[in-house]
Write a protein that binds this ligand. Structure first.
Ligand SMILES: *Cc1c(COP(=O)(O)O)cnc(C)c1O
Length: 394
């Protein structure tokens, strides 16, 4: 299927069909091009390829057919013109930064983002003379006030990790554009199967493909999706030079993962809603955070912006770290790991893992309490997940 043919098709179809270009072998499933380099028919052809005058493969740091197939498929799903695959979700964020920022620029970022994103902006881009201001995800006045003439982009995740707070993407896109900035959204938690930030006005979407795009916890990868000009001119040159490349094997795993993305995301959402409703009825739990619950303070916005609440549920146990750790340690079925987006349900204590490198003050500002437990709901039978938690509590 060529890009021109995408228009009439739904996401479920594109997830299976977009991006494939068959070789003369006429394979039905996508092949893996495990090659680091490519051969040219002549010195003149090599020169034309290197100069960019002739399109085609050059070297797998920046051109590989399997990686390209994944890029085209994900771009089709997000509704973006161009996708750049990279080695990890963090590499995606770093690559956006290296591509777009120069010393003297400034970034405004939600406080409720992945812990490493905060460290990347603060410690690394900060070191190169690009300061960041962190604001509450849902305080739109604070976003606007934080913007300076030097601000290049606003960065956020919605829903946030682990509290599942929702930001109005369209509203933040309008704020960004009114000030001549770009809006970058980390769409890891919902994927294009449940939320399409570019349609809501975002300029760039970043992904940790490690999570739901793979869906079965096998490979680490990332991606950047957005407009052709922006990605080709400002971000791709960094990939070519800096080299945070996705391996063809990983690209193939993600490519196959996309084929079942919609089905899996629907099932994750159904299981998570069931679990969240059940948790809310338990007396040993203080509070449940899940956008699919009417008790969630942004439930209405979530219903407009997302197809479902997604797969992440967090809750606060009565007590603090001791009680949270005891519950986690007493589960038998759930995996104790900070990963998410896997068919296997995982349980984690954000304050001492994903957000452990933040200062106590930063954690408090982000609302991450010691009593907080996060569950990334997998695809096991939901009754087994509930029973495991109930037995663990007992
Ligand atoms: C995991 C994660 C990342 C980082 O992705 P890696 O593939 O682990 O580098 C970034 N953002 C969010 C929301 C994540 O959950």
């Amino acid at each position: 299927m060529s890009e021109l043919d995408y228009q009439p098709y739904d996401l479920e179809t594109l997830a299976i069909r977009a991006g494939q270009s068959r070789t003369p072998e006429q394979e039905h499933s996508d092949p893996i091009f495990a090659t680091s380099s490519y051969v040219f028919n002549s010195a003149a052809e090599a020169a034309a390829r290197f100069s960019g005058k002739q399109p085609g493969n050059i070297y797998s740091r920046f051109t590989n057919p399997t990686v390209r197939a994944f890029e085209q498929r994900l771009a089709a799903l997000e509704g973006g013109e161009r996708c750049i695959a990279v080695a990890s979700g963090m590499a995606a964020i770093a690559t956006v930064g290296f591509g777009l920022l120069k010393a003297g620029d400034h970034v405004v970022c939600s406080r409720g983002v992945f812990g490493n994103t905060v460290i990347l902006l603060q410690n690394y881009f900060g070191k190169f003379g690009v300061p960041s201001t962190f604001v509450d995800l849902t305080d739109y006045e604070a976003w606007e006030e934080a913007i300076r003439p030097q601000t290049r982009f606003l960065f956020l995740e919605t829903p946030s990790n682990p509290l599942t707070q929702i930001a109005d993407i369209r509203r933040l896109a309008d704020i960004a554009h009114a000030h001549g900035c770009l809006l970058v959204v980390d769409n890891c938690f919902l994927t294009p199967a449940l939320q399409k930030p570019l349609q809501l006005g975002a300029d760039i979407v970043v992904h940790s493909a490690t999570k739901y795009l793979d869906g079965q916890g096998r490979c680490v990868g990332g991606a950047i999706v957005g407009g052709l000009d922006l990605l080709d001119k400002e971000i791709y040159p960094y990939l070519r030079t800096g080299g945070p490349t996705m391996s063809p094997f990983n690209a193939w795993v993600f490519l196959k993962g996309l084929e079942t993305l919609s089905l899996r995301m629907r099932a994750h959402g159904e299981n998570a809603l069931d679990l969240a409703q059940w948790l809310e009825a338990q007396t040993w739990i203080d509070r449940v955070h899940y956008p699919g619950l009417p008790s969630h303070s942004q439930h209405e916005l979530a219903k407009q912006q997302q197809r479902s609440g997604g797969g992440i549920v967090s809750f606060e146990v009565r007590g603090g770290r001791e009680e949270a750790w005891k519950l986690i340690d007493s589960t038998r079925l759930l995996s104790i790991t900070a990963n998410l987006g896997d068919v296997k349900t995982t349980i984690t204590h954000p304050a001492s893992t994903t957000h452990g490198r933040l200062s106590e003050q930063e954690r408090a500002a982000a609302g991450i309490r010691e009593s907080l437990v996060r569950i990334a709901v997998g695809l096991e039978a939901i009754e087994d997940i509930k029973n495991d938690l109930l037995n663990a509590f007992a």
